[in-house]
Write a protein that binds this ligand. Structure first.
Ligand code: IYR
Length: 221
């Protein structure tokens, strides 16, 4: 059955306005930094609900919305996630990562210690839903799951930044422990672990350069 069609809710803006707005949004996005030093200050649940609601507006293959955002604020669960992540990362930094990988990471000073997993008031654990079960238990596929969940996660990061929060895209690897600790069903696979909150007052970030526009945009005019 085809969807009913309704009028598009769209504000028409002139060419001056669209350029101004595009520039303003770039400035906002360009100021987002990945942060590893979090303040333990609480962030209201209502804020997290709005940023997750924003992420869940992402487009998805056949509108299957193949995502689940687990919002972890419970101290005991955060402690268990930290413990399991640090155990995996210890193995990563002590032999599982290649020499070249370790050399690429060295300038960032990361190691197997992940205190932010307990310090940050919230952990958003993004799960991708590989397929769905219906009421009879039969399986139904989702489509373009990585693309859909990747877009939703990007929107989550920008929504948090716009609200005034900082985020870290954390990829403990392998991530199966997240399914175990959070008791997720077998159609869900961990995608990304995102600590979210206020930055620590002494927070610093590496002085990074972004690629020039010419290096990322190839015009065919
Ligand atoms: N997952 C590890 C290692 C790591 C890998 C990359 I690529 C990074 O950009 C940062 C860290 C960790 O979280 O330490």
């Amino acid at each position: 059955m085809a969807y009913e069609h309704i009028p598009l809710d769209h504000t028409r803006r002139n060419s001056v306005e669209i350029l101004e707005r595009a520039k303003a949004f770039f400035a906002l996005a360009n100021a987002r930094r990945t942060v590893r030093d979090f303040s333990p200050e609480p962030v209201p649940l209502a804020v997290m609900q709005e940023v997750i609601r924003t992420a869940a507006t992402a487009p998805s293959g056949a509108h299957k919305q193949p995502w689940t955002f687990c919002l972890v604020g419970n101290a005991e669960l955060k402690r268990r996630i930290r413990e399991a992540a640090e155990e995996e990362e210890r193995a990563n930094y002590n032999g599982r990562m290649t020499e070249e990988w370790l050399r690429d990471l060295a300038p960032f000073g990361t190691d197997e210690h992940k205190p932010f997993l307990e310090t940050a008031p919230w952990l958003v654990v993004v799960f991708k839903r590989a397929f769905e079960y219906d009421a009879d238990g039969s399986k139904h596929p989702n489509y373009y799951v990585n693309e859909s969940v990747g877009i939703a996660t990007g929107m989550l990061l920008l929504a948090a930044h716009h609200a005034g929060l900082v985020t870290l895209t954390h990829t403990p690897s392998p991530m199966n422990f997240l399914s175990v600790v959070l008791e997720r069903p077998d159609n869900e696979r961990p995608f990304l672990l995102i600590p979210m909150g206020y930055p620590a007052s002494e927070c610093t970030v590496p002085r990074l350069e972004r690629k020039a526009l010419e290096d990322v945009l190839v015009p065919y005019l």
